[in-house]
Ligand binder design. Structure first.
Ligand SMILES: [Zn+2]
Length: 168
């Protein structure tokens, strides 16, 4: 899972999460993530920067994607290893399951649907529940309402597929 990280602290601090992803995702699913140059950055200092060293060598015209995870919020919400993995996969979902332009406002639901396809829907629902019941000051009533709808969709076994432009 070396390909997921470009900096030492993210690699060390997310060792357990990387191992869990490697264990649960299929070789094909991991290959798609790798092919899309997705790098995870775990932000756990007052300041961070995204320098070119974070980007893997790419072919011209091929973009790198950085998924950022906030240590302070993860800690505040007491996310477990599988819940952090689900949050990472949700962000990867934004990169790999892009809704058609007329459904842009549903992008979080599409990202969640990706998480569902890789088997972490319960963990994501749990992390979202913890997030909205935390006392973080920037979570508005509107955000809570939308997150409640997302939890409902995640746990709905009869949800119609939300297949966007799934990355290969
Ligand atoms: Zn999102």
């Amino acid at each position: 899972m070396e390909f997921l990280f470009s900096d030492g602290s993210s690699r060390v601090l997310l060792q357990g999460e990387a191992a869990l992803m490697e264990h649960h995702l299929s070789e094909e699913q991991l290959k798609v993530i790798k092919n899309n140059n997705i790098i995870i950055l775990y932000v756990c200092s007052p300041g961070s920067r995204i320098g070119k060293f974070l980007f893997p060598e790419t072919k011209t015209g091929y973009h790198a994607n950085i998924v950022i995870l906030d240590h302070t919020i993860c800690k505040h919400c007491c996310f477990s290893v599988d819940e952090k993995v689900a949050v990472i996969l949700h962000e990867i979902g934004h990169l790999l399951n892009i809704p058609p332009s007329e459904k842009k406002e549903l992008s979080d639901f599409y990202a969640d649907y990706y998480v569902k396809t890789v088997g972490f829907k319960a963990s994501l629902a749990n992390s979202l529940k913890k997030y909205i019941s935390s006392d973080l000051p920037f979570i508005s009533l509107e955000m809570k309402t939308e997150i409640d709808q997302r939890i409902e969709a995640l746990l709905d076994p009869n949800q119609s597929p939300l297949k966007g432009n799934i990355g290969q």
